[in-house]
Ligand binder design. Structure first.
Ligand SMILES: [Zn+2]
Length: 196
């Protein structure tokens, strides 16, 4: 318990009294800026990523699923009108591993794992295919939910793959996938960013 209190104290210290003025200035500037994109990710992988916090409407949820995050995403997509929804999966995601084989889980976890496992139809696929299939399923779910906005060009939904080194690749663009298709559809993006 002592360790938890120490961690809590550090969090409070780093965000409070001494640096109050600078912190308040920074917070005001950030609040005035609208985020540029929505990033749905797993808490495990967010720790690996370099991001400008002020640009991101961050939705961190174990396994990065649309399911269980509908209200949070609806608000960002339909009320804030953010034009880009990124769904990020990552190498070695514990949620995907547990979806294949789990011994102990709460009822809520089981619902999540069943949803995730449906993407690889019960088969224990290897990496990175397992993660890529999961990302595709979640992009498809987002396209189904926000298809009206995607069709009119108001929203773009993409799938991102984050490897263990924290490197980011594009694996799905509005439902399009495969290196050649992505290169053809996005000539302005360098091809080494695409996941095969
Ligand atoms: Zn994960």
């Amino acid at each position: 318990m002592k360790k938890a209190i120490k961690t809590l104290r550090t969090l409070l210290t780093e965000n409070n009294p001494e640096c109050a003025e600078a912190k308040a200035k920074e917070a005001k500037a950030t609040k005035e800026k609208a985020p540029k994109l929505i990033l749905l990710s797993c808490p495990q992988s967010m720790r690996l990523l370099e991001v400008r916090k002020e640009d991101i409407y961050s939705v961190e949820s174990f396994g990065a699923t649309v399911m269980t995050n509908e209200a949070t995403l609806d608000y960002a997509v339909r009320r804030l009108n953010l034009p880009l929804l990124c769904i990020m999966g990552h190498e070695g995601c514990e949620a995907l591993r547990r979806a294949v084989k789990v011994e102990q889980a709460t009822d809520e976890e089981k619902v999540l794992y069943e949803h995730i496992a449906a993407a690889f139809s019960g088969k224990a696929k290897k990496e990175p295919q397992r993660t890529l299939d999961h990302i595709d399923t979640e992009v498809a779910a987002a396209l189904a939910r926000y298809g009206d906005l995607v069709k009119t060009g108001k929203l773009t939904v993409v799938g991102l793959y984050c490897d263990e080194k924290g490197r980011l690749f594009l694996s799905n663009y509005n439902g399009l996938k495969g290196k050649d298709t992505l290169a053809y559809s996005l000539p302005e993006v360098e091809s080494f960013f695409f996941m095969a």
